[in-house]
Design a protein around this ligand. Structure first.
Ligand code: MN
Length: 315
């Protein structure tokens, strides 16, 4: 996978074989062989370009807790660094969210970060949680609600703080699905219905600014962005918006090659469409705490409907 060295691939292969042997005969609530869980966790981390020790630890992350193996066995096969990561995840999984003094989410997050002396342990724990959320439909409804609540209160803020935007969004949407299924499916349906209109809007925008982009020699990729279900849901709560208001919001993302072009595209969009006052945010000049950088603006788009625009570089 990717540019991993031969010896790293062998180490990962060997961690997989070792874990598969240990989990032999164990099954998930889905009735699938247990090893598929650590394998999926490892794949999530591989997609995030995690290093080889983290991938090995992902494959081994449930072996100390759920199988007969010993810390020494892991250390002698895969080294002290991998053992530290596996120990870290095991320690965090024993942490009980249910006790009273730990219930304060903010305290819990702080404790959690303090307990993980290596930030890779948090990445492992988040990938573990993400796969457990993806397979939550095999749990009982009360358990689903409990886990969804814990995810939104503890794991989403952690993913956000670490700048793991895609993981954060998927955890949010999955939490909503299990904590408030009616709202979730209602929003999902509206978003699906709005797709044709969204595609139309994108075409209109491209038509309006394409000539200028060419004249300025800017290579821009403009895509429609379906807002996440959770962001629609929370916007509805915060701003007392109706479904209809939200249905009308289209979001687009423009990707260009460098920062200078971000501002040039912003200028083009503001001259083609009327900006909505107070909605421009320059996260390039002033990055968010998690180092997120992008320009955000809202304008009155085609057919007089609000249009949210994000402009950023690939980086
Ligand atoms: Mn696990």
């Amino acid at each position: 996978q990717q540019n991993r060295a031969e010896k790293d691939i062998e180490k990962i292969q060997s961690a997989f074989n070792f874990a598969a042997g240990l989990h032999e005969g164990q099954y998930r609530a889905s009735e699938e062989p247990y090893i598929l869980h650590p394998l999926e966790v490892a794949c999530i981390l591989a997609d995030l370009q995690a290093d080889t020790d983290t991938i090995c630890a992902a494959l081994l992350h449930d072996t100390l807790e759920d199988t007969e193996t010993s810390p020494e066995a892991i250390k002698s096969r895969f080294g002290a660094a991998v053992l530290t990561l596996v120990n870290g995840v095991t320690k965090l999984s024993k942490f009980s969210f249910s006790s009273k003094e730990e219930r304060q989410a903010e305290n819990f997050r702080k404790m959690f970060l303090a307990m993980a002396d290596d930030i890779r342990i948090i990445f492992l724990k988040l990938a573990d949680r993400l796969h457990n959320m993806r397979t939550l439909n095999y749990m009982k409804p009360e358990k689903q609600k409990e886990i969804a609540k814990e995810t939104i209160e503890i794991f989403v803020p952690l993913a956000n703080r670490l700048g793991m935007g895609l993981v954060k969004t998927e955890l949010e949407d999955l939490s909503l699905r299990y904590s408030n299924p009616e709202k979730y499916f209602e929003i999902a349906q509206l978003v699906a219905q709005a797709k044709a209109e969204r595609d139309n809007t994108i075409r209109t925008i491209i038509e309006k600014i394409d000539n200028n982009l060419k004249a300025m020699n800017i290579e821009a990729s403009i895509t429609g962005r379906a807002k996440s279900y959770y962001s629609i849901f929370s916007k509805m709560h915060r701003k007392q918006m109706t479904y209809q208001d939200l249905y009308d919001i289209t979001a687009v993302r423009v990707i260009v090659d460098n920062e200078k072009e971000c501002y040039e595209v912003l200028g083009l969009i503001h001259s083609a469409f009327k900006p909505i006052p107070g909605r421009f945010k320059d996260y390039i000049a002033m990055p968010k705490n998690n180092l997120y950088r992008s320009l955000h603006t809202s304008v009155i788009g085609p057919r007089g409907k609000p249009l949210e625009v994000q402009i950023r570089t690939q980086e």
